[in-house]
Design a protein around this ligand. Structure first.
Ligand code: CA
Ligand code: CA
Length: 213
């Protein structure tokens, strides 16, 4: 099972990296390959998804599996009745997916420059960056470069009830005014709100699932 876990981690890591361009191009719209609430992956959200979600609850899988990611609609790391409540709201009240606030190209370049100045010696073009939205000038991102290689550790951080699964090396950071913070520090120090945290969790889910759709 451990080998399978590691294989999945590597695969998901690759998918996250492949998804970078996609999320940047599509952020702010709802026409994404991953549709919030589409549990059975038929590109519609309807009663059949409630059936599929109930089936998943009866047969729980490991937390990092894609089915579990699709089912965890409130991003708390669990799949249970609370997610059915959200799904019913999505279906019956047209409850919309969180909107990911766009990050402009100039800000992306600035974040890369600040990252180089503080943490690495690589050329700015060698930095891979995936934005998860801009929140009152605080920008959530995943950054990597050849000096910061990922490992195959999987761990989960839960911040005020919002779960983030990390494949080591792809932790979400928050940039503001040239400084970088962990997501937890950014939230606990008031740089981002609980609502922002949920949107960031959604953006990450979109990233992780985009190439499975
Ligand atoms: Ca569906
Ligand atoms: Ca949940």
């Amino acid at each position: 099972m451990k080998i399978i876990k590691k294989g999945l981690a590597v695969l998901l890591c690759m998918i996250i990296m492949l998804g970078a361009a996609s999320i940047a191009a599509n952020a702010g719209t709802i026409s994404m390959p991953y549709i919030w609430g589409d549990i059975n992956v038929n590109r519609k959200v309807d009663l059949s998804d409630i059936v599929a979600l109930r089936e998943h609850i009866m047969n729980l899988d490991y937390y990092y599996e894609t089915a579990h990611m699709r089912c965890d609609l409130n991003f708390d790391g669990y799949v249970n009745l609370a997610d059915i409540v959200i799904l019913r709201r999505i279906i019956f009240t047209e409850h919309a997916a969180p909107r990911i606030p766009l990050v402009d190209d100039g800000t992306i370049t600035q974040i890369k420059q600040d990252w180089v100045a503080k943490y690495t010696e690589v050329n700015i073009d060698e930095i891979w960056i995936e934005p998860y939205g801009s929140y009152n000038d605080a920008v959530a991102v995943v950054l990597s470069d050849s000096y910061h290689m990922s490992t195959d550790n999987i761990w989960q951080d839960k911040i005020d009830g919002v779960a983030f699964t990390y494949f080591s090396g792809d932790e979400i950071k928050v940039w503001k005014n040239g400084d970088f913070y962990t997501l937890r520090t950014a939230y606990e120090s008031g740089l981002i709100t609980k609502g922002d945290l949920l949107t960031i969790a959604y953006a990450r889910r979109v990233s992780q699932l985009t190439y499975y759709s």
